[in-house]
Design a protein around this ligand. Structure first.
Ligand code: NAD
Ligand code: MG
Length: 387
């Protein structure tokens, strides 16, 4: 019997994916890497497959299938391509845990398949819970599947809750670094460049989440993610800016006691905890030294300048497919910003306009999420053409 944990990494060529591979490499007796997947980065996928010898690889872009297949022809590795293959590989009997480290709405369908097949989810792809938290959490409950957070703030909350699962949460505080534009006025934001937005002060991450961090959309998405992961009401979630990114988030209990989880910012820690919970495996990551940080500071986010945060709270209250529409608008707007087709401030303007005009389907079916996503994307593209 194989006592190692079989792991599928969806999005293995990205920021989270490559760090997850470093974690797995450190514990060869603990993990058995089964599946690697990439969107378009065939070269890195091939390199990873040759190095780690998974059972299967998937390249989502079907035009790159032959390239990957040819490079791995003499290896005992199954090579697949396309969205459907992504949904199938997670169902393999050898897979115990699926790490969803792909970016955006594309994570939804394979995550549903993984939950239906009873796999444990290590969730980095927050968009899945933003888009369809109601459906995903219901399905996970029905199937008895655990979803362990990889996002550092949610991992922090989860770590604070260990041993407290019977005690109700009064409130949580998600910490935010504030991003590269902390303290900027609306006027100052008018002229910020793509290069400036891509320079996150504390974390090195994929392009989409880096822009989301600069616009505070990331924190908004995390508020919605937290609601679903921890079963909270809107008024139980607050955001506090903490520029040093040492306190990763906090829980306040009904007796007024607060627990925080701290450490140097390093995504490998939450990735590892999501894969090894309830165990903590020893690491040689650098340790926090108080004397290097004589001041840990906290301040309110500027909700008037960074409109995306309130927009996230608004769609949470609207329920149904409102958050799905916001997510779709934001994916399209961020993509346009990355291609320098719109300005930084236009991201939030497009998000707001799409949410305003979107139909809201309550208690949505999977098909209604797909429809809401599609309609919001069309509306966002239309607004970008006019911009
Ligand atoms: P990234 O852009 O670095 O990597 C994304 C991965 O997904 C790549 O392997 C890419 O090939 C693949 N991919 C992209 N589009 C795809 C598609 N349409 N279909 C299939 N595969 C696709 O992103 P990242 O920074 O690693 O973030 C991944 C997820 O983790 C995001 O949801 C992000 O919000 C979340 N997250 C990331 C961090 C971080 O530190 N990077 C922290 C917290 C949460
Ligand atoms: Mg985060």
């Amino acid at each position: 019997m194989n006592s190692k944990k079989g792991i599928a990494i969806l999005g293995s060529t990205g920021s989270i994916g490559t760090q997850a591979l470093e974690v797995l490499e450190s514990y060869p007796d603990y993990f058995d890497l089964q599946v690697l997947t990439a969107g378009k980065n065939a070269d890195l996928l091939i390199e990873q497959a040759l190095k780690y010898h998974p059972n299967s690889v998937v390249i989502s872009d079907e035009s790159l299938y032959q390239k990957v297949k040819d490079a791995l022809w003499n290896q005992d590795i199954h090579v697949y391509a396309g969205e459907q293959a992504l949904c199938q590989v997670v169902e393999s009997n050898e897979v115990d845990t699926v790490l969803t480290a792909l970016v955006g709405y594309a994570g939804l369908k394979p995550t549903i398949h993984a939950i239906e097949a009873g796999k444990t989810i290590a969730l980095a792809n927050k968009e899945t819970l933003v888009v369809a938290g109601e459906l995903i959490t219901k399905l996970a409950k029905e199937k008895g599947v655990n979803i362990y957070p990889v996002d550092s703030e949610h991992s922090a909350i989860f770590q604070c809750l260990v041993g407290e699962f019977q005690n109700p949460i009064e409130k949580i505080y998600l910490t935010a670094s504030g991003g590269p534009f902390r303290g900027f006025t609306h006027d100052q934001l008018k002229s910020v460049s793509l290069a400036q937005a891509l320079k996150h002060p504390n974390w090195s991450m994929g392009a989409k989440i880096t822009i989301d961090s600069a616009s505070l959309m990331n924190k908004g998405l995390e508020v919605i993610e937290a609601k679903w992961l921890f079963g909270l009401q809107t008024n139980q979630i607050d955001v506090i800016v903490h520029p040093q990114s040492i306190v990763h988030s906090l829980v306040q209990f009904e007796d007024g006691s607060m627990k925080a989880q701290m450490g140097l910012p390093d995504m490998k820690l939450p990735i590892q905890f999501a894969l090894t919970f309830p165990k903590r495996l020893p690491t040689n990551f650098p340790r926090f030294n108080f004397l290097d940080y004589p001041q840990l500071t906290f301040e309110a986010p500027d909700r008037n300048v960074f409109k995306n945060l309130d927009l996230a709270f608004k769609v949470m209250d609207l329920q149904g497919t409102a958050a799905c529409s916001l997510n779709a608008a934001n994916e399209v707007a961020v993509d346009a910003f990355l291609q320098e087709k719109i300005s930084f401030l236009e991201i939030a303007e497009i998000n707001e306009a799409v949410v305003e005009s979107a139909s809201n389907f309550l208690s949505p079916s999977y098909e209604q999420y797909v429809l809401a996503d599609q309609l919001a994307r069309e509306k966002a593209r239309e607004l970008i053409q006019k911009a």
